[in-house]
Design a protein. Sequence first.
Length: 189
Amino acid sequence: MGHGSDEIADIRQEIEESRESLGEAVGALAYKADIKNRGKEVITEKKEVIMEKVETLKSKLPGVGDAAAGIGDATPSKEDVKGKMQDAAAAAHDHPLAVTVGAAAAGLVAGLALPETDLEREKIAPAARSAREQIQSGAQEAVAHAKQVARDAATSAAEAVKQAGQEHGGKLGEIAQGTAEKAREQVKP
């Protein structure tokens, strides 16, 4: 029976170790899942590092302390930032197309800001050049088409105004002639 009690003790020990390991794993998963608090922690850490650097700079440069205090006063409060974020979220919800276009533009700017690699120049440059030429050609065609549409619209509008003027001018001429005749009759004794 002594041999069996050792096995039971070993099994209990393994169970205890498994529980501790599982508890640590659950804690780690909970920490990873809590993005909001992790973000707050990162922001707090970065803020502390920045404030330490500001304090160091203030101590090294005389007269900067007053200016730095003004910067701290101009920094928006947590509530102000939260309110602006809510306003931005509401605007994004109300205007999804604008958000999409803005995101595409931001992605384009970010992509253009990144340096090209030799591999990109070698593999992508010919296709990019071709795409650029096609886009320029399409844009020129679109501009030419827009100009033609504008000319056609202006011509149509001018013709419509001219025709309406002729129609109304004839009517105005008849009215003026009738008014002149009435005036003559009234002037005659």
